[in-house]
Design a protein around this ligand. Structure first.
Ligand SMILES: Nc1ncnc2c1ncn2[C@@H]1O[C@H](COP(=O)(O)OP(=O)(O)O)[C@@H](O)[C@H]1O
Ligand SMILES: [Mg+2]
Length: 220
């Protein structure tokens, strides 16, 4: 199973989502790895902080110049699940990773107009890729940093639903709330299921289960 985490913007939660999916899958006894395709190397650095007694989440790195398709093929032979943590762009590396994936996840932070405009632009590129390759390219939004008491965030969810229709994008129904636990776990080489926030744990498990089930359906 190949899961790619993509977006036009940095800071939306691609690495956070990649790491939390990988950690949760690893606890579910799945053979999982992360392919870090971003030159900021966030996930590669995160892994260096990971305790040895925790379930292993190997992180591999591929540079912009590297042949990501080949690397993905090699990793997919060894691992049941490969999660590709992409750079904030659609060109080159991301497009190739998306073409290889069973599912592409697009984290979107529910803050400000800039995020939704960037999402629109990004989805236009996905549409281009779809028509160029005559391929489905299944994409799903994952709402991040959600605060249910902020009206703007509710409005944002509605706007995303419109985008879903226009650009044929699915939505992972479990949202990631804004929680300090994500940053704290990250700084310690962990996922939130290895941290002390029960709500965050429950949320990460629900997202991982949902993503796994959706991807499995797409594959079969
Ligand atoms: N749901 C969340 N709540 C609080 N902080 C978050 C959340 N998701 C991500 N962050 C923080 O936001 C920052 C950017 O996230 P990151 O995953 O590195 O984004 P990207 O990989 O898209 O650039 C990190 O410091 C991360 O800990
Ligand atoms: Mg990142």
């Amino acid at each position: 199973m190949i899961i790619t985490v993509i977006s036009f913007k940095g800071g939306v939660g691609k690495s956070t989502l990649s790491q939390n999916l990988a950690v949760t899958f690893a606890h579910n006894k799945r053979e999982v790895c992360i392919l870090d395709a971003d030159k900021n190397e966030s996930s590669s650095i995160w892994e260096r902080f990971r305790d040895e007694d925790l379930p292993t989440v190997p992180v591999f790195h591929v540079s912009e110049q590297g042949d990501i398709s080949k690397t993905i093929n090699n990793l997919a032979e060894k691992y049941e699940i490969v999660i590709v943590d992409c750079p904030p762009a659609i060109e080159n590396v991301t497009s190739r990773a998306v073409m290889k994936s069973d599912i592409s996840l697009i984290p979107v932070s529910t803050t400000g107009g800039g995020d939704i405009w960037a999402t629109e632009k990004f989805l236009e590129h996905i549409e281009l890729l779809r028509s160029k390759l005559d391929a489905v390219i299944p994409c799903y939004f994952v709402v991040n940093r959600y605060e249910s008491n902020v009206n703007m965030h509710k409005a944002y969810l509605e706007a995303l639903k419109e985008h879903q229709k226009v650009y044929n994008v699915g939505m992972i129904s479990t949202v990631m709330a804004k929680r300090n636990a994500y940053g704290e776990a990250n700084a310690n080489g962990r996922g939130v299921i290895e941290w002390d926030n029960p709500k965050a744990k429950k949320e990460a498990k629900a997202i991982a289960n949902e993503v796994f089930d959706v991807a499995l359906k797409l594959i079969s």
